[in-house]
Write a protein that binds this ligand. Structure first.
Ligand code: PPS
Length: 304
């Protein structure tokens, strides 16, 4: 479908700010929950690679790194399509604007790389049965919150976030699409030693992309020469990806994602939460965080 055709389809306000409903206590768009049986019964393959993350945790960044690795640093090959068409987002659908991730994945020849934001308990069981490799990326809660607040403002396929103050409470209560951040990062953390899961942190990737890309290479059992590794680091840096129309979501019509409200590639920096949280909001957030994360050995850096 051409961009012009997509624009015409998007004039219909009904496609914007979707209805939501819950599956297993997790908020989803109604389109996702109506499609849940198909999502749950999705057939993974043993050579699938799944990139899993809570929303706004560095999914697209990891997708680009993986695609560059799989294509040995060939930029042209990585420009073949938008991120969401290169690596199907299995649970997402918004017909007729965005092709169903399931349909795309089902038609894709192996080996496939797929994306999900599902919490671990909602992952289609075939991924466990087939023992597919999974890369999970986690990002500290406060930066995730800030990023998803701005994303929800600019992306009309997300529920309206309301005011900043309202959104802080909505996030803490986990009443956002794909559910609670706290349960998501803990759930995948607890699963990581029982399955083929590489658990990465956004802050580590920012601090030392070379080290983290090398972890991905090892996990994928790939090796690339030093010059290709440096090319991958450069091409997947925030400043370069921000200019890459195949990774920065500017290919979608502005009636869907309005980058003038807030660009998809917005700030890309750990610690940006300090520009938004008041002292009182931060104190309340920390107290609530300590309760929700009590008993977990999982720790995050909120700045680097
Ligand atoms: S989504 O829509 O949930 O899939 O979003 P996701 O890709 O997980 O997260 C988007 C945030 O990641 C930032 N980003 C990057 N940061 C550093 N380096 C690179 N290369 C990079 N690519 C994307 C993006 O800017 C969003 O974060 P914020 O804080 O909003 O800038």
């Amino acid at each position: 479908m051409s961009l012009e055709e997509m624009k015409d389809l998007c004039v219909d306000e009904k496609c914007l700010r979707p209805e939501t409903s819950e599956v297993g206590g997790i908020l989803m768009t109604k389109l996702m929950s109506d499609n849940w049986d198909k999502i749950w019964n999705f057939q993974a393959r043993p050579d699938d690679l799944l990139i899993a993350a809570y929303v706004k945790s560095g999914t697209t960044w990891t997708q680009e790194i993986v695609d560059m690795i799989q294509n040995d640093g060939d930029l042209q090959k990585c420009q073949r399509a938008n991120t969401f068409n290169r690596q199907p987002f299995i649970e997402w659908t918004r017909p007729p604007l965005i092709k169903s991730g399931l349909d795309l994945a089902n038609k894709m020849p192996s080996p496939r790389t797929l994306k999900t934001h599902l919490p671990v308990q909602m992952l289609p069981p075939s991924f466990w049965k087939e023992n597919s490799k999974i890369i999970y990326v986690a990002r500290n809660a406060k930066d995730c919150l800030v990023s998803s607040y701005h994303f929800s403002r600019m992306n009309k396929l997300m529920p309206d976030p309301g005011s900043w103050e309202e959104y802080v409470e909505t996030f803490k209560a986990g009443k956002v699409l794909w559910g609670s951040w706290y349960n998501h990062v803990k759930g995948w953390w607890d699963a990581k030693d029982q399955h083929r899961i590489l658990y990465l942190f956004y802050e580590d990737m920012k601090e030392d992309p070379k080290r983290e890309i090398q972890k991905i290479l090892k996990f994928l059992e790939k090796d690339v020469p030093e010059d290709i590794l440096n090319k991958i680091i450069h091409h997947t840096s925030f400043d370069v990806m921000r200019q890459n129309p195949m990774a920065n979501y500017t290919g979608l019509p502005s009636s869907i994602m309005d980058h003038s409200i807030s660009p998809f590639m917005r700030r890309g920096m750990p610690g940006d939460w300090k520009n938004y949280f008041t002292v009182a909001q931060n104190e309340a957030f920390e107290a609530d965080y300590a309760q929700k994360m009590a008993g977990s050995r999982l720790t995050f850096r909120t700045e680097i």
